[in-house]
Design a protein. Structure first.
Length: 243
């Protein structure tokens, strides 16, 4: 079960209103920005969001840009339209692009059992539940995991946020949460056999490990050399700088 607070729902509703209004206004140049400014200003505060940035654009360029609140509630710096953010799961698109580059270069194959690249995934186990004593019930997966499974979230991995059995296993096994960014957080079993269905999970983290393994580079270095520098993404990296 997912526990969503009233505050979270209200914040989401506020941003839905902003998004809808910005979508309508983005079709007309010179749209009145007072509505956007007002909603964004109301969204930030000591008991709300620290800060927020929003932008709307058409094929002719930006029609609205706004930034309100603080970059960090413990520091005086104001949020600006060029503030740098943690992009969280948007890194999945970047990592998937890196993996497909390695497919193009012949170092990875979409249908190859990924266990041939990552021995850690050579013999995946499926979590079927827990016995009367609370111990996990595991069995071998029906088929190997492939890169295609990982890139399409059909490998069988989940997130503990969305899957109760996965959350229980993490606790029983004493594994760290995925938000700690520790390698041990990836030592999770599958919740279904590879290819059987779709579920959002830690699949792309493993795809990133495969890129590291075949390229011989840490993922951050690979991104910088093969994606960020060629695309002029000068403000994108694994770690924030003081600026």
């Amino acid at each position: 079960m997912i526990d969503i607070s009233r505050r979270t729902l209200m914040q989401g509703a506020a941003f839905a209103v902003v998004a809808g209004a910005m979508h309508r206004a983005s079709a007309q140049a010179g749209a009145d920005t007072a509505l956007f400014d007002g909603i964004l200003q109301q969204a930030v505060g000591p008991t709300k969001l620290a800060g927020v940035v929003a932008m709307a654009a058409t094929d002719n360029g930006p029609v609205y840009q706004g930034a309100y609140g603080k970059r960090n509630v413990a520091q005086p710096a104001e949020m600006t339209t060029d503030s740098v953010f943690w992009i969280a799961s948007m890194t999945k698109a970047i990592t998937s692009t890196a993996a497909m580059q390695q497919v193009e270069r012949g170092k990875l194959n979409l249908e190859q059992p990924i266990g041939e690249i990552l021995p850690e995934l050579k013999s995946p186990q499926v979590l079927e539940g827990f016995d009367a004593s609370g111990a996990p019930r595991l069995r071998p997966a029906a088929r190997p995991i492939t890169l295609r499974h990982l890139l399409t979230h059909t490998a069988g991995f989940s997130y503990t946020t969305w899957n109760g059995n996965a959350a229980r296993y993490e606790k029983v096994a004493g594994l760290p949460s995925i938000i700690t960014c520790k390698n041990d957080a990836l030592r999770m079993p599958l919740v279904f056999d590879p290819g059987d269905r779709w579920e959002y999970g830690i699949n792309i983290d493993w795809a990133g490990k495969a890129v590291e393994r075949v390229s011989g580079q840490r993922l951050g270095a690979y991104f910088q050399e093969n994606l960020f520098d060629p695309l002029g993404m000068a403000d994108t990296s694994f770690k924030l700088t003081p600026s």
